[in-house]
Design a protein around this ligand. Structure first.
Ligand SMILES: C[S@@+](CC[C@H](N)C(=O)[O-])C[C@H]1O[C@@H](n2cnc3c(N)ncnc32)[C@H](O)[C@@H]1O
Length: 253
């Protein structure tokens, strides 16, 4: 997959995409990652990329022209690539978007800085704006790195075990089940018996039930869209009846 990031601090993207799964994907040419710095497309001797906001107020705004030129250079190599700007005002970036984006061969990400990007660039060149959460960070580079990681690990060949992406949070609309590893008992805390039973049918059922209950407790909003079977509903009803004091929304009161 070809991903181009337009950003003022390529070193941030470089630093966080050199290790782990994504670092390996780069080494194995599963990810062709390139950063284009709008500064290299500025037209003045000072390589200016930002200016004061019209109407006054604090901070600076990223200028249209250097970004538009960097974007044109990115499009030259990947004319069909979707362009997505990172912004706290964007739609929340979800696993579903990661899945859809992992089907594409190319993507252009635009990272803002300062007060943000001149609105006309977004109107003219961005196909979408994505937010990584309801908080503001200093620049879009880290947000771009998050998006790259979430997308790339869904591409064939990137994760050692392809099954890992089928049994994790947001697959089938649920959170993941709890996990345990050796030793069987630590600090007086035991591993659930079923996981030691060797009965894979039972283990799969237990994991699915735990995922259901955990989702209800922590993210009941996900259950509204999850495709629940009658059996799933029965599991949840049984849990609620047995634990009348427990409520969703992550609260145990
Ligand atoms: C300091 S922020 C600008 C915030 C903007 N003035 C606002 O209040 O909406 C600078 C850049 O960081 C990136 N950024 C900040 N928070 C983000 C978030 N939650 N998701 C995605 N990108 C974010 C965006 O690229 C943004 O242009």
């Amino acid at each position: 997959m070809h991903i181009t990031v337009l950003c003022l601090f390529p070193e941030i993207i470089e630093a966080v995409t050199q290790c782990g799964v994504i670092g390996r994907a780069r080494e194995e040419d599963l990810l062709d990652l390139r950063c284009l710095n709008p500064r290299d497309f500025a037209s003045d001797a000072h390589r200016t990329v930002d200016d004061r906001p019209y109407g006054g107020g604090p901070g600076m705004v990223m200028m249209y022209e250097p970004l538009a030129k960097a974007h044109a250079a990115a499009r030259q190599d990947n004319p069909d690539a979707r362009t997505v700007a990172l912004s706290p005002q964007g739609v929340p970036f979800t696993q579903q978007q990661a899945r859809e984006s992992a089907q594409a061969d190319a993507l252009i990400l635009v990272a803002g800085r300062y007060e943000g990007i001149d609105e006309r660039f977004l109107q003219q060149h961005a196909d979408a704006e994505w937010s990584i959460g309801d908080y503001v960070i200093s620049g879009g580079e880290l947000a771009a790195a998050v998006v790259i990681d979430a997308i790339m690990r869904l591409r064939p060949g990137v994760l050692g075990c392809a099954e890992s992406v089928q049994q994790e949070s947001f697959d089938e609309g649920l959170l993941d089940c709890p996990h345990y590893t050796r030793p069987e008992e630590t600090d007086g805390l035991k591993t659930p018996e079923v996981l030691l039973s060797g009965n894979h049918g039972k283990i799969d059922r237990w994991r699915h039930q735990e995922a259901l209950i955990r989702t209800w407790l922590r993210r009941p909003d996900l259950l509204e869209k999850a495709p629940l079977s009658e059996e799933d509903q029965a599991v949840l009803d049984e849990y609620r009846n047995a634990n009348p004091g427990k409520h969703g929304h992550g609260d145990d009161d």
